[in-house]
Design a protein around this ligand. Structure first.
Ligand code: SAH
Length: 345
């Protein structure tokens, strides 16, 4: 396996067969070696810096019905809320004081957050925090909408493709949702000039290693500036309630592989990874990740934005929470960079 990892390190790529072998290798020594090489390459471009992104969950209303998601429209038990303008500004203010220099507004696909509303809040944030990056994660919208929000001052957009396989996409989404539209949106985002993030869930029901290879090939084609992957975690009130979740080990292997393939990409150790293992996010950092997204939503919203069971909702929005996170990051040999943390070209 050392040769394969060396080849990936040297060339940034492997054949399908080679990738399959590496992805399927459950050996601990392989994992450790992969992590060390991924860490080496991440340090080459980003040193020991970890960027924090303050996540503001603006709405739990969603018109979509993704089978895996706890805020899908048919999830009767989901508690719906939306933050108002002032609440969003308050979150940003708290986040700014804690040293955060990126705000991510994420939510279900909620018509309330139309272009007028979004452009208003984006330009307010842009004016008040000229030194901060504004990231959006609001699902599929029209090219015109992406352009308007970019014009209002948004910098980045996160839209995971979820799976690049047409066949798997249909198994985890209702009939009316289309993979080709999601992919079109991603190219529109790139074209509009957003730093664009894509990604997928690890261990979603019916996913095989071949599907994961398709995801990796899609990412190689798209060349996003950010890649978000995390384990699928079942939610008790969705059609996937009885399915198995994705594992820590497979997620870490994929993170290491992605770092070697995309040396400069901004790669978060996701909340989902931190939710399946206490040490998950730190292990992610040690396997090539360079971003963590502390939740700065109001406490009530954090509980209701319930994508999956046992979501990590610890109080990292508090001064104490962030300082604990900083300590953990430092103890792991990294340092929190109080800066926007843009993609390095
Ligand atoms: N509406 C936005 C934001 C979606 S939530 C959008 O469409 O992009 C952000 C991400 O959470 C999703 O892209 C999905 O990959 C992930 N997610 C949803 N349900 C999940 C689950 N049960 N387990 C793990 N991750 C999940």
């Amino acid at each position: 396996m050392v040769e394969l990892i060396q080849k990936l390190y040297d060339t940034g790529n492997l054949s399908d067969e080679e990738l399959k072998t590496l992805i399927a290798d459950e050996n601990e020594d392989t994992a450790a070696y992969l992590a060390s090489r991924a860490d080496e390459i991440r340090r080459k471009y980003y040193g020991n810096k970890v960027f924090l992104r303050g996540l503001i969950e603006i709405s739990s209303y969603c018109k979509n019905d993704c089978f895996y998601c706890g805020i899908r429209r048919s999830c009767k038990s989901a508690e719906r809320y939306r933050l108002d303008r002032q609440q969003i500004l308050d979150c940003a203010e708290i986040g700014y004081k804690l040293g955060l220099r990126t705000f991510v507004m994420q939510g279900g696909e909620d018509a309330f957050f139309n272009d007028d509303f979004m452009c208003g809040i984006i330009s307010q944030l842009r004016t008040k925090y000229p030194d901060c990056a504004i990231t959006l994660s609001l699902g599929e919208r029209s090219l015109e909408s992406y352009e308007k929000m970019k014009g209002a001052g948004a910098d980045r957009y996160l839209l995971r493709h979820e799976t690049a396989s047409e066949e798997l996409y249909k198994k985890i989404h209702p009939e009316e949702m289309r993979l080709d539209n999601r992919i079109k949106c991603l190219y529109n985002l790139k074209r509009t000039g957003y730093q664009t993030g894509s990604g997928f869930m690890v261990g979603v029901p019916n996913q095989t290693i071949d599907h994961i290879i398709e995801d990796i090939r899609f990412l190689q084609e798209l060349q996003p500036q950010m890649i978000g992957i995390g384990p699928f975690i079942p939610h008790w009130d969705t059609p996937f309630r009885n399915e198995k979740g994705g594992t820590l080990e497979l997620t870490l292997r994929l993170l290491g592989i992605l770092r070697l393939m995309f040396p400069k990409v901004l790669l978060p150790a996701t909340t989902a990874l931190g939710s399946i293992s206490e040490n998950g996010r730190i292990l992610g950092l040690k396997t090539g990740c360079n971003v963590i997204m502390p939740n700065i939503s109001p406490e009530d919203a954090r509980k209701k934005y319930n994508l999956y069971d046992n979501k990590l909702i610890s109080g990292s929005e508090t001064a104490e929470g962030i300082s604990l996170l900083r300590q953990e990051i430092e103890a792991a040999g990294y340092t929190v960079a109080d800066e926007r943390g843009d993609y390095v070209n």
